[in-house]
Design a protein around this ligand. Structure first.
Ligand code: MSP
Length: 648
């Protein structure tokens, strides 16, 4: 147990685009940060937890125009929905920043000017492919089949005057930050960043736009607005009062302890943000925690795909805490988490209703039934006590360790191990048999007391993750603000021996799985119908082969360690694979279907004994298997299979 009285702790979520309603993906990052912030507050830290909205940019300007309102009117409405959701999910942020707030606008203008005055920002010409209807510039590699990736229309060569930010002076320091420090969590992601962005040479970044107006004007050249990412990233310091008089906490809270983001915006936080801070001569944040995506039917949940899960609907059915618990428990740092109604309901039932809920209601009911609610002071220790007490009192140190590494799922798993241990203790000590024998009452009392103490410890730690329901647990087990406190979670024997319990409502009711899944599928699944499979013609003309022919092909599981586009061949991706025996490079024609980010960390099927071939200058040692379905190509992913495993 570590107490940190008065030490500062600063944690941030990304500031979200108010271009549509928030979904369960946004909830994940915000709930994770809220839980860590609550845990840190329990540990005695003086916490600043910041969230907010990123409100400028062409997309917002266009959406507002479509609706016939001003951009500000448009974002004002959506911000209300974000705030309503955070209240509903019991998110206890300390500060909410909107990039349209005057103080932020003023501070960003100062930051831009400071970078210009220091010579890191210069005026140049932006050349690229321009899509007139979308008013957007694209790079060659962003185009799909040479057309606009947004609307699919023709693009033309165009240029516009723009400001650029020199990134190259910081390349070495950034590479060291990513590879030699513990800035990135998990650090394994450093490889892809270094290979994809730093090794090919850090390009100067275009940091102003003249093609739309909804942004922060550059003070010394007002036809230009500041690039949204320079505007947005600055929020982490402007919200503390950097460059403005609105707040005054910069000296106290900067540098941030943790910026938490998903992998889609890792590059901006791992490269551009450190470069900006280096250019401004400011200290760097301590950690960047990068998590994967919540996916639905294997795809990133996103508004444009129409596969979003609405947290309001789920929260109303099962309670915000159950949803918080489910998403926090499912997501492992470094991997994606596939959202499924079935897994959610089963987890709520097994961990919350049967595990914790049952432990609380059984214990309270027995104390009520056998002792009228108040335990006698005469108690007797016995077999199984020491093991339970040892596990319960060791828990806080273990949870602390996982919170330090931002591994919330592991922290929760540890707490629920102790919950299970306590349920097993009931089976071992059989209180209902003890109750039949008057002379065993002191033993029975101690069994129930030990259970109440274990619940006190677990529920106190859990209150950071499920803040709404844990106070009800405390009320039922006779704990209060003097006993359900972090500093007493490593002690046993904190509740008075003659503690009084209060019977109450079931904290997590069991859900009828089949009925609920049917209901939920109606509500959520209906948002996106799976395309109906067309009847395929049986391919003809392929000769039958014997098993000995098939045995000539060596198929093996291989993990994708790194992935990058191939400059000369738009269709190809260059993959670095761990095939269980070493690393090898494979070129695969899947660039149109997958972004490098979506592949890194995944395990695929490798044809391991294919003769090497050189494809567009890349030596390819093998090939990976994928299914061709109509116009789409789906790589075959293996879940939980070790690299090198033979497939037959
Ligand atoms: N405005 C930028 C961030 C600027 S931060 C200086 C932005 N906004 S966003 O609305 O697109 O939010 C992206 C973030 O929302 C992700 O990094 C992640 O934290 C969260 N998520 C959005 N969808 C998600 C999933 N499907 N799964 C997990 N997190 C998701 O990018």
């Amino acid at each position: 147990m570590q107490k940190h009285n008065g030490e500062k702790y600063y944690i941030t979520t990304p500031i979200y685009y108010p271009s549509g309603n928030p979904h369960i993906g946004h909830c994940y990052t915000t709930t994770a940060c809220d839980s860590i912030a609550r845990y840190r507050r329990m540990q005695g830290y003086d916490v600043m937890f910041l969230t907010g909205t990123d409100e400028h940019g062409l997309k917002i300007e266009q959406k507002a125009a479509e609706l016939g309102v001003t951009p500000k009117q448009y974002v004002d409405d959506i911000v209300l929905i974000f705030k309503k959701l955070w209240k509903f999910m019991n998110i206890n942020y300390d500060r909410y920043i909107r990039t349209t707030d005057d103080y932020h606008v003023e501070a960003v203008q100062k930051i831009f000017k400071a970078l210009y005055d220091k010579g890191y920002i210069y005026k140049g010409e932006y050349k690229g492919k321009y899509c007139t209807p979308c008013e957007s510039f694209w790079t060659e590699s962003q185009l799909i089949d040479g057309k606009c990736p947004e609307c699919g229309r023709e693009v033309t060569e165009a240029k516009e005057e723009a400001y650029f930010f020199k990134m190259s002076p910081f390349a070495d320091r950034i590479e060291k930050l990513l590879t030699e420090t513990d800035y990135l969590q998990p650090k394994t992601r450093a490889v892809e960043l270094v290979n994809n962005f730093i090794k090919p040479g850090l390009e100067d970044l275009c940091v102003s736009r003249t093609s739309f107006k909804w942004g922060i004007p550059v003070t010394f050249d007002p036809d230009h607005v500041v690039y949204v990412w320079i505007d947005a990233l600055s929020n982490y310091i402007t919200a503390l009062g950097y460059g403005n008089d609105h707040y005054n906490d910069y000296d106290k809270f900067w540098p941030a302890d943790v910026h938490m983001v998903a992998k889609d915006i890792m590059r901006f936080h791992a490269i551009i943000w450190p470069a900006m801070l280096m250019a401004l001569d400011l200290p760097l944040p301590k950690h960047l925690a990068v998590h994967g995506w919540i996916t639905f039917n294997g795809q990133k949940m996103s508004k444009s795909l129409g596969n979003v899960v609405d947290p309001f609907i789920l929260g109303e059915r099962y309670g915000a805490d159950a949803i918080r618990y489910h998403i926090l428990r499912e997501m492992a740092l470094g991997a994606d988490s596939s959202f499924s109604n079935e897994i959610m309901i089963n987890r709520i039932n097994s961990d919350l209703a049967n595990g914790l809920g049952n432990l609380v209601s059984r214990t309270v009911a027995m104390a009520d039934k056998y002792f009228g609610g108040t335990l006698p002071e005469e108690q007797e220790s016995g077999e199984f006590d020491d093991d339970l007490i040892a596990q319960a009192t060791a828990l806080t140190d273990i949870v602390d360790g996982f919170i330090d590494k931002t591994q919330i799922n592991n922290a929760l798993a540890e707490i629920f191990k102790v919950v299970s241990r306590a349920n097993k203790y009931i089976d071992e000590t059989t209180p209902w048999i003890l109750a039949k024998d008057e002379s065993k009452k002191p033993r029975l009392a101690r069994v129930l007391y030990n259970l109440l103490e274990t619940i006190r410890i677990c529920s106190t730690l859990l209150s950071a993750f499920m803040p709404t329901t844990m106070p009800e647990v405390w009320r039922q087990i006779g704990a209060d603000e003097t006993t359900a406190v972090y500093e007493k979670t490593s002690e046993f024997g904190v509740l008075p021996a003659n503690v009084t319990v209060q019977k109450g409502d079931i904290i997590f009711p069991r859900i009828d799985v089949e009925k609920e899944i049917e209901e939920l599928n109606k509500i959520i699944g209906s948002q996106k119908e799976e395309p109906k499979a067309e009847k395929k013609e049986k391919p003809e003309g392929l000769a039958m082969i014997g098993i000995e022919d098939f045995a000539k092909i060596e198929l093996r599981a291989a993990k994708i360690l790194a992935c990058e586009p191939v400059k000369k061949a738009k269709k190809l991706l260059k993959l670095t694979l761990d095939d269980g025996f070493g690393e090898r490079t494979v070129a695969s024609g899947i660039a149109k279907y997958y972004k490098p980010d979506e592949l890194i960390g995944k395990t695929v099927v490798l044809v391991a004994n294919l003769k090497p071939a050189v494809l567009c200058g890349v030596e390819s040692n093998g090939m990976i298997l994928a299914a061709v379905s109509g116009d789409d190509v789906k790589v075959i992913f293996l879940d939980g299979v070790e690299s090198g495993s033979k497939i037959s």
